[in-house]
Design a protein. Structure first.
Length: 659
């Protein structure tokens, strides 16, 4: 269509601009001025996404002065339109209104307005939009909807759990993958799918305070989920504007300590009508019949009012079997109602596992296996399925699949708990263990003797703690200013190791924050080694700053000295060297320490150096199978004796249960 200065056009893609006026043109381009919005647009003459505005007799138009005209006739002169008709404000007939004087605020926002005004798109554009809408609708109805929008690698074991849990209504599960297998990603995928499919609208995430910002960044960067962090300041400000501050946001992230400290907050959280609750590092929820922890009681109260609950922990039995049972009870109190019954049921898992193995391996079931299967599935009308198990074809395969599902639902933790192991997932780099045996200094031996004399008869646990953390008992008698680092061989070994590994990032974990702070001072004074500290005494900002300083490749710290708090939640997989200055008293914490480096995405073999005490400088042959250590001077149960190379107990012995 030819263009003429003064013609009125409307944009097909920006209707909100109002009517545009042709103010300039040349052989290739045309310029429109949209007076209502004060915008100029430059279009190609051959394919401009604009439509000519032409009114017909019977239409009512508005002039730029505000009066309206009922059109009787329309005349065109040199490409410009003039409308003749009757003014509606005073009834005057025969009035003329040129199109250049039309009101620029006129828009066609409704479909019928665009249709009546003749603002119709080309057929090929309509067909393109129709196909796009149809494809989008098919994707929305697909079973994998909600799993395709993440910024992360599609890893089979994570996708399996996310697909299994995400399509449930109000899922209540325990995600217990081993350290480094991506529980946070799995939880994010489940949340994402629940939100996109409309099964959930309001989500509350409760994490340890040290992981608040990490969760905030992960949810935003990988899933585009904008969570709001609630702390004391945010809660107080929101309380001025709303009776319940938590109702002002749909997605809320807060710390467990923030919830526990104030009963009013807990009441507001309970009344906020959440659809899903996510609790990270759930192994901190200690429980017993007589004295459940405050943290457990808080989560229990929330879980009673929130339909969907996700608990995340890599070490579900870290605080004992009772606490593990209590966490399962949070998810399904009807299924897990009695601890003794739960323990007795666990002792009968082997027959169930053997039967499931036969079904999954397509092996024929003999009479004994069929009788056992009938006993385990009694009252579930499984006779028809059992009759088809030993047949061939699709019917037998379907029967085995359904029988396996029935066994999973009626025995063990059922579908309440999901756990992937490093051995089952495969594809990880190797773990390189280096156990460095160092002589026990005479000063520590003297401190142990004094502690034994003053403390009387000591239990096995107390004696083990002394041997694992000798600097603590030494400072207890010599004072906080005791310079244990001057004679402790671990300190000089660490200095030599860091000097030898100048180009490597090294993570050093100690059990206590005081040890980490003293080591930082020693490294700086002796060799000027750049080190950052990460411990529970720092604020969240200071911890993040220390982690960023360690992660920096330019002028960053060579070593990060962590207390035990650094063994949970953090991702330091850019490093591959770890030094355990001491060993955790709980064997499960050892796996968590190693998991800071040995995670999904680690491309190099992770090396872990264990510093242990020995009367002789000899390597421990059974080190690769042990999770906890004690000196040979402590009585050793027969089951803990090293049977690989020696008949006597190893210098460093397995203290707790086997892997």
């Amino acid at each position: 269509m030819p263009f003429t200065l003064g013609q009125r056009w409307i944009s097909d893609t920006e209707n909100e601009l109002g009517l545009g006026t042709v103010v300039a043109q040349d052989a290739r381009m045309v310029t429109l001025l949209f007076s209502a919005s004060g915008e100029n647009r430059l279009y190609a003459r051959s394919d401009a996404p604009i439509t000519r505005v032409m009114f017909n007799p019977g239409d009512t138009v508005t002039s730029h002065e505000g009066w309206q005209l009922l059109i009787d006739t329309v005349e065109e002169t040199e490409g410009l339109l003039t409308y003749f008709g009757t003014r509606l404000d005073n009834g005057e007939t025969g009035c003329a209104l040129r199109e250049v004087l039309l009101d620029s605020k006129l828009t066609f926002s409704k479909p019928q307005d665009r249709l009546f005004a003749g603002q119709i798109d080309r057929m090929d554009r309509f067909a393109l939009r129709y196909r796009a809408r149809k494809i989008y609708s098919e994707q929305f109805r697909a079973s994998w909807n909600g799993l395709r929008g993440i910024r992360a690698s599609l890893i089979p074991h994570q996708l399996h759990i996310a697909a299994e849990v995400g399509r449930r209504h109000a899922p209540r599960v325990l995600l217990a993958d081993e350290v480094g297998l991506g529980k946070t990603i799995e939880a994010g995928m489940i949340i994402h799918q629940q939100l996109l499919t409309g099964r959930a609208e309001r989500v509350l995430i409760v994490v340890p305070e040290s992981l608040l910002h990490q969760w905030l960044v992960e949810m935003l960067r990988r899933f585009n989920l904008h969570f709001s962090i609630f702390d004391d300041e945010r809660y107080s400000q929101s309380l001025l504007d709303s009776d319940n501050p938590f109702e002002t946001e749909q997605l809320v992230l807060c710390s467990l300590d923030f919830v526990r400290r104030n009963k009013e907050r807990l009441t507001h959280l309970t009344e906020a009508e959440w659809d899903m609750l996510v609790v990270d590092e759930a192994h901190h929820l200690a429980w017993s019949d007589t004295a459940p922890s405050c943290e457990y009681q808080v989560v229990e109260q929330l879980a009673q009012h929130i339909p969907g609950v996700l608990l995340l922990t890599a070490t579900p039995e870290q605080l004992g079997m009772q606490s593990h049972f209590a966490r399962l009870r949070l998810l399904d109190p009807d299924r897990f109602h009695d601890y003794q019954a739960f323990v007795e049921e666990q002792q009968r898992y082997r027959p169930v596992a053997d039967t499931v193995a036969l079904l999954l391996n397509d092996e024929p079931l003999d009479a004994a296996a069929m009788a056992l299967l009938a006993e385990m599935l009694g009252g579930q009308n499984a006779d028809a399925l059992m009759a088809r198990v030993n047949e061939q074809g699709a019917a037998a395969e379907d029967a085995r699949r359904r029988l396996t599902a029935m066994l999973m639902d009626s025995h063990g933790t059922s579908r309440v708990m999901f756990r992937n192991t490093r051995q089952g997932v495969k594809g990880f780099p190797a773990r390189r263990l280096h156990a460095c045996a160092l002589p026990l200094p005479a000063q520590y031996q003297t401190a142990f003797k004094v502690a034994g004399i003053m403390g009387g008869k000591q239990g096995l646990d107390e004696r083990a703690r002394h041997m694992l953390y000798p600097e603590q008992i030494f400072q207890q008698f010599e004072g906080q200013n005791a310079s244990w680092w001057n004679f402790d061989p671990r300190v000089q070994w660490l200095v030599d190791f860091l000097l030898d590994q100048r180009q490597e990032k090294v993570l050093v974990i100690c059990a206590h924050a005081g040890t980490a702070l003293q080591l930082k001072q020693v490294l700086r004074e002796r060799e000027g080694i750049r080190a950052a500290v990460f411990h529970e005494g720092l604020s969240l900002v200071d911890r993040d700053r220390a982690a960023a300083y360690f992660a920096s490749t330019e002028d960053g710290a060579q070593v990060l000295l962590c207390s035990e708090i650094g063994s949970e939640g953090r991702n330091f997989q850019f490093a591959s060297q770890m030094v355990m200055f001491d060993l955790p008293f709980n064997p499960d914490l050892l796996e968590q320490r190693i998991g800071r480096l040995d995670r999904i995405g680690q491309s190099r073999d992770s090396r872990s150096m264990f510093l242990i005490w020995s009367n002789r400088r000899r390597r421990c042959y059974c080190a690769g199978t042990m999770k906890g250590w004690m000196p040979s001077s402590i009585p050793v149960p027969p089951a803990a004796r090293c049977m690989t190379r020696r008949t006597r107990p190893c210098k460093a012995i397995w203290r707790s249960r086997a892997r």
